[in-house]
Design a protein around this ligand. Sequence first.
Ligand code: UD1
Ligand code: CA
Length: 457
Amino acid sequence: MLNVVILAAGLGKRMQSDLPKVLHTLAGKPMLAHVLDSARQLEPARIVVVVGHGAERVRQAFEGHADLHFALQQPQHGTGHAVQQAVPQLLEGDGKDDVTLVLYGDVPLVQPATLQRLLQARGDGMAVLTEVLEDSTGYGRIVRDAQGHVARIVEHKDATEAERAIKEVNTGILAAPTACLKDWLGRIGNNNAQGEYYLTDTVGLAVADGVTVGAAQPGAAWETLGVNSRVQQAELERRWQGEQARRLLEAGVTLADPARFDLRGSLVCGRDVFIDVGCVFEGQVTLGDGVRVGPHCVLRDVSVDAGTHIEAFSHLHQAEVGRDARIGPYARLRPGAELGDRTHVGNFVEIKKSVLGADSKANHLAYIGDADVGQRVNVGAGTITCNYDGVNKHRTVIEDDAFIGSDTQLVAPVRVGRGATLGAGTTLTRDAPADKLTVSRARQVTVEGWQRPVKKS
Ligand code: UD1
Ligand code: CA
């Protein structure tokens, strides 16, 4: 039975923030959420998050997560003391396969494959995730015996000069048999340079008890980077974005500049997708074959079908776009926008909770809200659906092949019949019949003999 304990009680003083450290984001998601994603991939029987500083806010932020258990560590007396607080909530089965994996809430990017390797490396004993660093300053050092087996971990502040020369460090992540871990945690003291209960002291106790201690290494160096400051947060963000960009490039996506690409969620692309610089993808985004996204677009929870081009500076949120459409530049698609195949939506057009049927066009300066627009409809510049009467929202229906003249207001609820034409400047307050011209406009007059006033001298 696998338990995962995530340490998240630390203060994070160097973040200079009122927000608990583990709630600071990476790729748009709290660091703790990244750790949880990896943990869940292992399908643990239990996940315990040890909270302390900002405990209530952390709990609240993860309220909807029914699989999480919390343990309060108050005050904080070290990593060993932190895991002790989780002990009463650890689950045990037959003993043999009972293992507890310890993760850090501020080491957000450790990958499931690395954790699997760590669990493999333990055999039926313990294992630590280690790394060889050119500069190992500050880290706990891995002390190995003459046979090369892990013997113990010594913290930087407690290490001798010789030990400080060791380049293999403790990443902090480890796995141990649950019953043993409980026992060792009960036996560690705080007689050390920091007066803390060190989780790392369990390694020495394991060896003394004849339990083997294996070691594994992360697949990539960025996996075990911790975030203690905004500088480290920004650096890790760039590395992670670089990694995500690399994965997309390898999958056949063209990125105009992988260094100017931000993905805060998931992006699924078909073949030969092109993404220009400065785009931000959030939530779940799907782009079909041959889709092109121009520079500086924001796409959040959007699906775009094959062959569609999104031009520069467009903002799409909870929208669906069909095939071979042309969107933007400067288009705004809001939640519930459903655009059919070959639709054109041009600059300064906003569409909300509306269907735009295939081959319909709204090329310039329009607001289409709460509307059902049919196929082959032409929406002229300056058209507005007046969907809100100050209290309620109403729908506008525009049937196939209608032509909406420029600067028209459609005062909803209202319907424009199939093939109808609305003259420019119409304020439509009643339904417009099919196939006819409807226009509401004061008749144009020319005043004969009128003269401009002149200034009196
Ligand atoms: C720890 C390790 C060290 C390792 C390093 C890697 C120990 C004694 N030392 O040192 O060997 O090289 O991480 O970064 O384990 N935390 C709590 N409660 C506490 C103390 C810490 O929840 O009382 C949490 C922190 O929020 C953090 C993690 O545990 O997420 C590690 O704490 P930190 O103070 O950064 O440990 P280090 O001293 O850096
Ligand atoms: Ca640290």
